[in-house]
Design a protein around this ligand. Sequence first.
Ligand code: PMP
Length: 306
Amino acid sequence: MSGRYAFFKGRIVPIEEAVISVRTHAFNYGTGVFEGIRAYWNEEEQQLFIFRPREHYERLLASARMLLMSFPYTPDDLTRITVELLQKEGYREDVYIRPIAYKADEVIGVRLHNLKEELTIWTTPFGHYIEREAAHVMVSSWRRINDNAIPARSKITGAYVNSALAKSEAMLNGFDEAIVLTEDGHVAEGSAENLFIIRNGVLITPPVTDEILEGITRRTLIELAHNELGIPTVERHIDRTELYYADEMFLCGTGVQLVPVVSVDRRPVGNGEIGPITRRLHDLYFDVVRGKVPKYRGWCVPVYVP
Ligand code: PMP
């Protein structure tokens, strides 16, 4: 069941009214940018918390600038609108929030300039993105889009065809998720997640210059691993074959949250079970996002549900 309302053309309207024409530029050419944000229900406090919405809206506005869009909203404005939307919905469960900024003109012509933009936000209750507790993944035959083709650090709707090609290839071959390599053969990320491996007690993740989305979960986990577990993260190129040598591995992102990877290309990661560092980070992450760790409460924006 999806939400009953959306923020559309500057106000909150019933979801049935939030519709666009088949002629919309973004529908025809993929000229939109989007975000995925989660809000978590905290059962003990009977309270919904949005996780790091300002960071997501900063990234949305940066992606929008990339496509020559500008909006009168600040990240704080968009956070307030999201709180209002969630309040109106009255959710008492975990929720996914989907803001999209898009080229709204109904015209023929591939371009980014001289077009007007709109911004919409819709929400839906949401559980797991990958159903399993731990994932079996394959290295995709599709390469990650290059920064000089479609920048991976911008979250552009059209660019997700690259992700969809990789994801479907993996799933139709019996895997849960795809790992995509850069054009020069380094590990970039999952189809819609960042990736970490653990070797000799150290977290390793590709640098932001390796065609990845600059993930907010990635940043969160680097900080939590450092502060709470005393585990450093090295941001460097990862060779494909290092995936087969890793002691532990996991995917992370707003949608997937933190999912351990237990095999790559049918080779077990470590002993083929969820590793101890991955498990500790996983448990810590879920406590933090639900607002259960006072030190990180600042990342969680409360929604007062009547
Ligand atoms: N990479 C890609 C391609 C993604 O779509 C996502 C999901 N937004 C991520 C990484 C993870 O980013 P975040 O942690 O900010 O959700």
